[in-house]
Design a binder for this molecule. Structure first.
Ligand code: ASP
Length: 293
């Protein structure tokens, strides 16, 4: 399969079976929303951003409303968008609550002065750009429960997946990537994961591919996962083969749990994980999404 496409993930982890159908269906809706942008002549960048917005608005996922809480019980959000046409990127990290961090990231990209803004500085930028800060309504009961379980020492149950990401190819063969997350449950305030770091959790280059990664951010950061897997595609690997090799390498080199979605400029797709689940969906304009976990 080739041509314009949107691929979405809803986070590597272990989503319990009762919630999994809705978790997967949400990815399908997001991928179709992104594909509709492509069908309307929109760019890969617009399509990837749109898909992530749909997931940020859904409290099932660890992004935007419903994001994971820090050890202090606060929301600190990470997000990045990257345009494969010219390698422009915009991101925010440790951002206090805003409903759509990916929109703030896009505004950073369009502003063009910086690539990544952090914490209060990022919030000041967002307010100046016209975004209204979120409040307590962005902290869900489920997020509080996850933090309570983490505090009780059941760490494995705390990291249940839910970071969101999208990659897209448009009709002109341009690629883009977007990732958004609340990070890991119970993280130390100020901790920044892989998602908003170009080359780690997110990467897009028309000369290679576009990738959004998910999993334990510290491991993904150390291996530069997203850039590495895209370079493998540029080197001739098929996207699926490259995705599987990169996730295997993540485990072998640094013991990392995670997964990734990948798309080449010709529309070939790669999806891989070494976790129990990673909800995902693939949508092409005018076709229903194909979903999996
Ligand atoms: N990679 C994200 C982080 O470490 C978490 C995740 O993907 O679930 O912030």
């Amino acid at each position: 399969m080739s041509g314009p496409v949107v691929v979405v993930h809803g986070g590597a982890g272990r989503v319990d079976p009762a919630r999994l159908p809705a978790h997967v269906a949400g990815c399908g809706e997001a991928a179709e929303a992104g594909a509709a942008v492509l069908a309307g002549g929109g760019s890969a960048l617009d399509a990837a951003q749109r898909a992530v917005e749909v997931l940020e608005a859904n409290p099932l996922y660890n992004a935007g409303v419903g994001g994971s809480l820090t050890a202090a019980g606060t929301l600190e959000l990470d997000a990045l968008v990257m345009d494969g046409r010219d390698l422009r990127a915009g991101g925010v990290c440790a951002l206090p609550p805003f409903a759509f961090p990916i929109r703030v990231a896009r505004a950073v990209l369009e502003d063009g002065r910086h690539v990544l803004l952090a914490a209060e500085g990022a919030a000041a930028f967002a307010r100046e750009a016209g975004f209204a800060p979120g409040g307590e309504e962005m902290i869900t009961a489920r997020a509080r429960e996850r933090l309570a379980r983490w505090e009780a020492g059941r760490v494995g149950e705390g990291w249940a997946g839910g970071t969101v990401g999208a990659v897209a190819v448009d009709g002109a063969g341009h690629v883009a990537a977007a990732t958004s997350t609340g990070g890991t449950v119970g993280k130390r305030p100020g901790r920044v994961g892989d998602s908003p770091i170009p080359g780690a959790g997110t990467w897009a280059d028309d000369g290679s591919a576009a990738c959004s990664a998910t999993g334990i951010g510290e491991a993904i950061l150390r291996v530069g996962l997203a850039r590495g897997v895209c370079d493998a595609v540029a080197g001739g690997a098929a996207p699926q083969e490259a995705a599987e090799a990169a996730v295997a390498m993540l485990q072998e080199r640094v013991g990392g749990d995670g997964g990734l979605i990948l798309v080449a400029p010709d529309g070939r797709v790669g999806v891989a994980r070494n976790t129990a689940t990673m909800s995902h969906a693939v949508a092409r304009p005018g076709e229903p999404a194909w979903t999996g976990s």
